[in-house]
Design a protein around this ligand. Sequence first.
Ligand SMILES: NC(=O)C1=CN([C@@H]2O[C@H](COP(=O)(O)OP(=O)(O)OC[C@H]3O[C@@H](n4cnc5c(N)ncnc54)[C@H](OP(=O)(O)O)[C@@H]3O)[C@@H](O)[C@H]2O)C=CC1
Ligand SMILES: CC(C)(CO)C(=O)C(=O)O
Length: 308
Amino acid sequence: MKILVVGAGAVGGYFGGRLLEKGEDVTFLVRESRKRKLEENGFNIRSVHGDFNANPKLLVSGEREEKFDVAILSVKAYQLVRAIEDLRPHLAEDGIVLPLLNGISHIDELARTFGKERVIGGLCLIESTLDNDGTILQKSPMHQIVYGELSGEKTERIKRLEASFSGTKASFELSDHIEREMWHKYLFITAMSGITSLFEAPIGPIRDLDSGQRAIKALLNEITAIMQAVDAPIREDIADVLFERINGLGHAMKSSMQRDVEKGAPTEADHLQGYLLKQAHAQGIEAPLLETIHTKLTLYQQARIAEW
Ligand SMILES: NC(=O)C1=CN([C@@H]2O[C@H](COP(=O)(O)OP(=O)(O)OC[C@H]3O[C@@H](n4cnc5c(N)ncnc54)[C@H](OP(=O)(O)O)[C@@H]3O)[C@@H](O)[C@H]2O)C=CC1
Ligand SMILES: CC(C)(CO)C(=O)C(=O)O
């Protein structure tokens, strides 16, 4: 399959690089500034699973007529509108989009442009970032993509994708209930990024405090109630399961949103916390902790825009 990775950033660069390393036909859709950096410094992954350096095929949208069978979408949520426009001319008529963004509302946005039948579900579990040279840094054991048809079916095209993904150094897991898994990841990351951004600390020191434990639990319960009110396909005991998972995370673990705030970069707060708050308001549900977190992140965003 001809694979186009949209966004050679921390996530797309890592997983696209691993597919390239295995010998798959991978091209990265990039913008001019990332292209320049990759041409100057090369494409480099530094990882606990082994480094990888390459000279991958790069494509800037529209510069040549080339179509792809699968687009792995790995941009930030606030870059989605432009990325969709840039991808549009390069997706084959029967091509599929596999998004790896955190959150859920991008699925509807993608379906509006490409049609629901061309969108499959996906998520990733990884802690990666770019350094100043644009090198992809991946520092902890997890490096997994979970993907599947939103219907859960094992279609011919998903079997083809499975064949392309198999034998890669990173883990690619085919799921027959990807929609539920995406909601669970959404719940996890909204709580994890929310609580670490609120307290400006890694997860360990927060959960060492009784009050930190109570805050994590309260936030998980608020988000779960909103998801249940919109009939999200989540497990009944998911808040307890995720509370245990958060308690088992590495003491120093941070969320990518928190790292973005530390860098003074924009965040995905509207896509994650903001979207859920809109649902809460529409359903008449109170979510004071989630609202406090979103307010803090909105103020942060306004301050950084004002500084520019
Ligand atoms: N990093 C992590 O550890 C994890 C991230 N995620 C999620 O994955 C998603 C991606 O995050 P992450 O990889 O960290 O983000 P990055 O900012 O590292 O990467 C995004 C990349 O997309 C590129 N891009 C943006 N718009 C376009 C476009 N129109 N055409 C081509 N390239 C484009 C950016 O390039 P440019 O230089 O041009 O801006 C950038 O390189 C997010 O939703 C995040 O929440 C999920 C799990 C873990
Ligand atoms: C918590 C983590 C690292 C898990 O993949 C994540 O999704 C993120 O920070 O965006």
